[in-house]
Design a protein around this ligand. Structure first.
Ligand SMILES: NC(=O)c1ccc[n+]([C@@H]2O[C@H](COP(=O)([O-])OP(=O)(O)OC[C@H]3O[C@@H](n4cnc5c(N)ncnc54)[C@H](OP(=O)(O)O)[C@@H]3O)[C@@H](O)[C@H]2O)c1
Length: 296
């Protein structure tokens, strides 16, 4: 079993950590807000005070924080990973960040003798808790293979994609699907309600067609019941839409729907919906379209 360091015990990191512990691994954890490590501590993880403290106790360090700025902070900041250099250390970053940033972070780690693997994932905490994520990986393949057993514990499917940056480009393309599906279902429900159609009927018909999705078959039923308990926050999806649009620009393309989606998610945040689940975009649309909403 591997001694694994985990930096970032937010919604996703906490679930990944619990599953690694349940699978018999030793876990050393750090989170900026210490209270969020208590569940892992109760399941026998060792909690440390600084990111650099994780390093000397671990063979593999997994980072799962909000964005590129946070990854840089825990990696290269005053108390970051590189401050306790450690021969043959491997860092695997699960955070969703810009592929250009990840290439730069990988280079910076290399200068300190540390290998960075990129392991962004699809699937939320409810899936991570059972080891059911889908993991996209890039970086050094030989190093990846050395720790493959740990990644196979985390994920039910793994796609090794090659050179640094590639996994994050694919992950961003995946998150376009999440943003568009949430908006499409929300607008469908909004239109159905506005024309006096029971949204459950709308979903029943949608789910009888080729156009059904995991979201329309599952989460959409919580959406029509106004249940927006977060597993992936609207704030974080907006963060990803910004990363998607910035990355697209750097690759010389523009994505009109993602650009518009970012504006809509930004408006939802400005109106106080940022801490809801990303599907709370439906609640924002309900408020934003009130003037024409005759039935709710
Ligand atoms: N939830 C999902 O379904 C899901 C799925 C796939 C990928 N992801 C990605 O996984 C990452 C984590 O997601 P999450 O849902 O766990 O988010 P979250 O619950 O919002 O947690 C964010 C984590 O980042 C830490 N953080 C933020 N800024 C920091 C900084 N400047 N320095 C150090 N730590 C910082 C937070 O620490 P504090 O506790 O101190 O704030 C917390 O541990 C994100 O990149 C997200 O896009 C999430």
């Amino acid at each position: 079993m591997t001694k694994i360091g985990l930096i970032g015990t937010g919604m996703l990191g906490n679930a990944v950590g619990l599953h690694l512990l349940e699978s018999g691994h030793e876990l050393i954890v750090y989170n900026r807000t210490k209270e969020k490590t208590s569940e892992l501590k109760n399941h026998s993880a060792k909690v440390v005070d600084f990111p650099k403290d994780v390093v000397s106790l671990s063979e593999l360090v997994i980072i799962c924080v909000k964005d590129a700025a946070a990854v840089k902070e825990v990696s290269f900041g005053h108390d970051g990973i590189v401050q306790r250099n450690h021969e043959n250390l491997v860092v695997a970053d699960m955070s969703t960040i810009n592929p250009n940033e990840t290439r730069q972070i990988s280079k910076q780690f290399k200068e300190s003798g540390i290998t960075l693997l990129e392991i962004p994932v699809m699937g939320g905490p409810n899936v991570a808790i059972k080891g059911g994520l889908v993991l996209m990986a890039s970086g050094n393949e030989e190093v990846f293979n050395r720790h493959k057993k740990v990644f196979e514990t985390i994920a039910k499917q793994i796609f090794f994609l090659g050179q640094s940056g590639v996994a994050h480009s694919v992950k961003l393309a995946m998150n376009i699907q999440i943003a568009m599906l949430a908006l499409a279902i929300s607008e469908g429900i909004t239109l159905a309600r506005a024309s006096s159609i029971d949204p459950e009927t709308f979903l029943k018909i949608l789910n009888s067609t080729y156009f059904k999705t995991g979201m329309s078959e599952n989460k959409a039923y919580k959406m029509i019941s106004d249940k927006f308990e977060p597993t992936f926050t609207l704030n974080n999806l907006k963060k990803d839409l910004n990363t998607i649009n910035e990355s697209a620009k750097s690759f010389g393309v523009t994505l009109p729907m993602s650009t518009r989606a970012e504006e809509i998610y930004q408006k939802a945040i400005e109106n106080g919906f940022g801490d809801l689940d990303y599907t709370g975009i439906l609640a924002y649309l309900k408020q934003a379209t009130k003037s024409v909403d005759l039935h709710n």
